[in-house]
Design a protein around this ligand. Structure first.
Ligand SMILES: Cc1cc2nc3c(=O)[nH]c(=O)nc-3n(C[C@H](O)[C@H](O)[C@H](O)COP(=O)(O)OP(=O)(O)OC[C@H]3O[C@@H](n4cnc5c(N)ncnc54)[C@H](O)[C@@H]3O)c2cc1C
Length: 282
């Protein structure tokens, strides 16, 4: 297994926040992954596209579940078995190649299958959980590998039962449909173009900062309370899409968290709405 010491994490989180992991593990097999989880009690990071690194130095080991732990197997014409570190773009392209429809909206969502399962990532009213047949995970507290059908995992907006458990996702079974390749490609491209038009892709970010509260839109609320373009250190509420915090230079996790706290306070005061963080603070 590849083990790195004093690893600079800048390239391992989409905010491009600089911090250092004293030790980082990159397991390549189920045995290696479970062994390191049992022995080291690590922090888990997939693509690092939905995390805020709050520390300058991580003394607790970090395990990366990304391209080092990835594969896609076609089980039947409409079913895939994917390892947790598989990149969503690679997965979406694979499904397109096989004329499988369902994953076209994940073509432009950065990150890996494990992260997308934990977060129940989605856009345009489509969520990753919609396509999950079963999830196999290592339950750290029970010290065993468990496979559960998606019906028993209660996927909901940006979460599921898995989000609050002490587990590591190993692999995911997906159920798709056979579709028209041209149509699949068109949705992939149109969705990507739309998102790039609306989102501040010119700066590092981790997507939407907050979950969308019922009956409200976060971006307009942040604009209304006067925080669009507001900056602390090098972290700023994007002036293109105020639901995103962007790193305009060398932002620290603390800068991002200060913006989060100010937005929560102002939105609560003006709208009596509690903004809940979508991004995970580690
Ligand atoms: C430009 C941009 C646009 C985005 N747009 C969207 C969007 O439209 N919709 C959306 O939902 N999200 C969006 N996101 C956020 C992000 O892409 C998704 O949440 C994605 O699913 C995160 O996957 P990840 O592998 O990067 O997870 P990470 O950020 O690495 O991890 C997220 C959480 O999952 C846990 N985790 C990761 N892998 C595992 C595993 N194998 N087992 C157990 N726990 C694990 C981590 O510990 C952490 O708590 C966007 C991000 C960016 C940068």
């Amino acid at each position: 297994m590849n083990v790195q010491y004093n690893l600079d994490l800048t390239e391992y989180n989409s905010y491009r926040i600089h911090s250092v992991a004293r030790v980082a593990y990159f397991p390549e097999s189920k045995d290696e992954l479970i062994d390191v989880v049992q022995k080291k009690h690590p922090i888990i990071i997939g693509g690092g596209c939905n995390v805020i690194l709050s520390k300058d130095i991580y003394e607790q080991p970090i395990v990366f579940i990304r391209e080092n732990y990835s594969s896609i197997k076609q089980i039947t014409g409409e079913q895939l078995l994917v390892m947790a570190g598989t990149d969503l773009k690679v997965l979406s392209e694979y499904a397109f190649e096989q004329s499988m429809t369902g994953l076209e909206y994940f073509y432009d969502i950065p990150g890996c299958v494990g992260g997308a399962t934990i977060m129940n990532a989605g856009c345009n009213g489509v969520s990753f959980g919609d396509f999950i047949d079963f999830v196999t995970y290592f339950d750290v507290d029970k010290n065993k590998i468990i496979t559960k059908s998606s019906n028993d995992l209660f996927f909901q907006y940006r979460g599921s039962q898995l989000s609050v458990m002490n587990i590591v996702i190993l692999e995911v079974g997906l159920s798709l449909k056979i579709g028209e390749r041209e149509c699949i490609w068109k949705i992939m491209q149109e969705n990507k173009d739309n998102r790039w038009r609306k989102q501040p892709r010119e700066y590092p970010s981790a997507g939407s900062v907050f979950k969308r509260p019922a009956g409200h839109y976060v971006g307009p609320m942040i604009t209304e309370v006067g925080l669009k373009g507001y900056r602390i250190g090098d972290a700023m509420f994007s002036d293109k899409h105020a639901g995103f915090i962007v790193n305009v230079g060398n932002a620290k996790g603390g800068d991002v968290l200060s913006l989060v706290a100010i937005a929560q306070e102002k939105v609560k005061k003006m709208y009596d709405v509690n903004l809940e963080l979508e991004q995970r603070v580690i």
